[in-house]
Design a protein around this ligand. Structure first.
Ligand SMILES: C[S@@+](CC[C@H](N)C(=O)[O-])C[C@H]1O[C@@H](n2cnc3c(N)ncnc32)[C@H](O)[C@@H]1O
Length: 621
């Protein structure tokens, strides 16, 4: 077979993107070790594109398949545990709080700083072709499911590679990554990870061995998942852990001491050697993790099929980090990784593109922190949205926050020199309207902005961004264009879904003729009816609640029957599903422990990312 020539493109630049994220040079990542000779794999990870045009090599990275979209984060909540001011503000934690993101992890990661994370564990959808990845019946989840499967295995690998590539950038040089997979794709992903992280940076193929019962079938029972463990460099952190010997036995050793200057074995009064039990640390943990699945009755169980056991994450997090190190999970699902990281006093970043997963994760952290017996101060955490924004919250922003948000979303930079020029994008001055959705740009606004760009920038081109423009404003712009040759573009903030082809086109064409922007969502409207069934027993019904988002339906309901300070779901009331249909249960019964006045919290999520919590006071008889 003719040996394939490996062409090495000249990629040595350190790039700075407008998201202010530094991309480390990646040249080395697809160097196959020389001892391999020719191997039947592509040189670059699937999806990573290198174009050579007229002797010029252009690196597009993964941007053909996954264009960059820089949008702002919207903090919708800061959950405070009372020690917020004790924690350092860093580039990754600008407010000193841990971060829980709602959105597609790729775009979120692209806006996080390089070399800021110690350990990444991910449990992405597996390419299993099975629907169990659609765990929440949530459209955001559904979208990822269809995206991944559209292009078959190569499509799945490109989808994962672009994310792994970012993860490598985010890891500190001492960091490591664990990618949880199973037989469906683990061997293909290993090849890609060899290319991205380097074959020599592979550390272990961990077999997670679990027990489960299934019917007899014509194969050996499938009882393990695979976790691929890579280091970022040889200088990676690793804490050795021990497990019990398979057959624990007590080993005795004779006690030694110095008598008359000599080291001798000591004897007791009877003349027998003195013995003691040898310290028995067990055996160093090996790469087969024998850990039970989350049991049906376990306290940690939330109720969806892909939940991983806390013990598994404990082993991984203890192995790769020390206290206060940063652990990240960008497919956090029900929040096992941040929960365990929190228990072990690590800082954390978590992300999921399902709003329900984010709510469940938040609920789990809140419950954990309010449980008694904490040994250390816990940082606050923020819930931040990316790309799907809560419109009512945006209206509550003050003018400065609103302008900053909109300008960042538009890909520009804020400016505060002139009261009428709020920002600039590609040299074009920007003007942003008021936060209220009823506000309108008037002809006076157009005039003052036109004057400002002319006088202060000696320019005749500007862009105005606002919820609405009144007719007179449009006429004023036409007149300016006809008489003064001033071009005034209007960009209307509008409710447009991020996954629309139209939006994609705007992004791909680098925002040219970019007229509409962003997805805004409304929280659902919660309507609670309740009836007393018998002594202390009540029925609660939220089936009349409605999603206020287009095509939205209620996707999950959580209950806190004894609300105090902050929402913490009552055990068994975080994720209720009808066993036959899989649909969310909207009518529940609950038996209170004693009569009295209770605050009952009800948190509802819809399948478009909308979420709302309501608290009612109930006199229980
Ligand atoms: C297998 S589950 C993770 C379960 C988790 N390890 C646990 O113990 O609960 C995979 C998760 O990835 C999320 N997901 C899928 N595509 C995503 C994406 N592009 N960005 C962020 N999250 C994504 C899904 O919503 C789902 O919750």
């Amino acid at each position: 077979m003719a040996k394939k020539k490996i062409e090495e493109p000249q990629i040595t630049l350190i790039e700075k993107d407008n998201g202010d994220v530094e991309i480390p040079k990646q040249k080395e990542f697809y160097e196959i070790p020389a001892r391999f000779g020719s191997v039947p794999v592509d040189e670059a990870p699937l999806g990573y594109e290198v174009e050579t045009r007229r002797r010029e090599t252009k690196i597009t990275k993964f941007e053909h398949a996954y264009p960059k979209i820089y949008l702002p984060f919207q903090e919708v909540e800061r959950v405070s545990f009372g020690h917020g001011d004790k924690f350092e503000k860093t580039e990754l934690f600008p407010k000193g709080a841990n971060r829980l993101f709602f959105g597609d992890c790729l775009h979120i990661m692209r806006q996080l700083p390089s070399k800021s994370i110690d350990l990444i564990y991910i449990d992405p959808p597996f390419f299993s072709g099975r629907n169990y990845n659609v765990i929440f019946g949530d459209k955001n989840e559904m979208r990822s499911f269809t995206d991944i499967w559209e292009g078959g295995m190569p499509g799945y690998l490109v989808w994962l590679n672009v994310r792994l590539y970012e993860m490598k950038r985010l890891l500190k040089d001492t960091g490591s990554i664990y990618v949880h997979l199973d037989w469906h794709a683990s061997h293909y992903v290993k090849v890609e990870m060899d290319k991205i992280f380097g074959y020599d940076n592979f550390v272990n193929e961990i077999v997670w061995w679990y027990r489960r019962w299934s019917n007899a079938s014509k194969n050996y029972q499938r009882m393990h998942d695979v976790i691929l463990f890579y280091k970022k460099s040889d200088n990676y952190k690793f804490n050795i852990q021990y497990q019990e010997y398979a057959k624990p036995e007590v080993i005795e050793q004779t006690v030694r001491g110095v008598i008359e200057g000599k080291l001798v074995r000591l004897r007791d009064e009877k003349g027998d050697y003195i013995k003691r039990e040898k310290e028995n640390k067990g055996v160093q943990c090996h790469d087969v993790f024998d850990i039970q699945h989350v049991q049906p009755t376990a306290k940690e169980r939330i109720g969806y099929p892909t939940q991983k056991p806390e013990k598994l994450l404990e082993r991984i997090i203890i192995g790769g980090t020390d206290e206060n190190d940063v652990v990240a999970d960008f497919f956090c699902g029900g929040g096992t990784t941040p929960t365990v990281a929190q228990k072990l006093n690590r800082r954390w970043v978590a992300c999921d593109q399902s709003r329900i997963a984010v709510s469940i994760t938040a609920d789990r952290i809140n419950k954990l922190v309010s449980a008694k017996g904490r040994m250390f101060d816990v940082p606050d955490y923020t819930i931040e949205h990316w790309g799907i924004y809560e419109a009512p919250m945006l209206e509550k922003y003050n003018e400065k926050e609103f302008k900053e948000f909109v300008i960042k979303a538009f890909g520009g930079k804020t400016e505060s020199v002139s009261p009428y020029i709020h920002g600039v994008r590609h040299g074009v001055p920007l003007y942003v309207g008021e936060p209220s959705r009823n506000s309108k740009i008037t002809k006076e606004d157009v005039k003052v902005f036109a004057e400002a760009i002319f006088k202060e920038r000696n320019s005749n081109y500007g862009t105005m961004i606002a919820w609405n423009f009144d007719r007179e404003a449009k006429r004023a712009a036409d007149i300016l264009s006809a008489r003064e040759n001033i071009r005034m573009d209007f960009v209307r903030l509008n409710l447009i879904r991020l996954e629309d082809e139209e939006f994609r086109q705007h992004v791909v064409s680098k925002h040219k003729d970019y007229e509409e922007l962003l997805t805004f969502i409304q929280p659902p409207e919660i309507r609670i009816n309740y009836t007393r069934l018998s002594k202390l027993v009540y029925k609660f019904d939220v089936s009349e609640s409605v999603s206020l988002n287009k095509d939205g339906i209620i996707a999950n309901v959580q209950w806190d029957f004894n609300f105090k300070h902050r929402f913490k779901s009552t055990d068994g009331y975080a994720f209720l599903r009808d066993k036959k249909t899989g649909k969310p249960i909207l009518i529940v019964d609950y038996e209170f422990k004693a009569p009295g006045n209770y605050k009952v919290g009800c948190s509802v999520q819809d399948d478009q990312g909308g979420e709302k919590t309501e608290i009612m006071i109930l006199e229980v008889k």
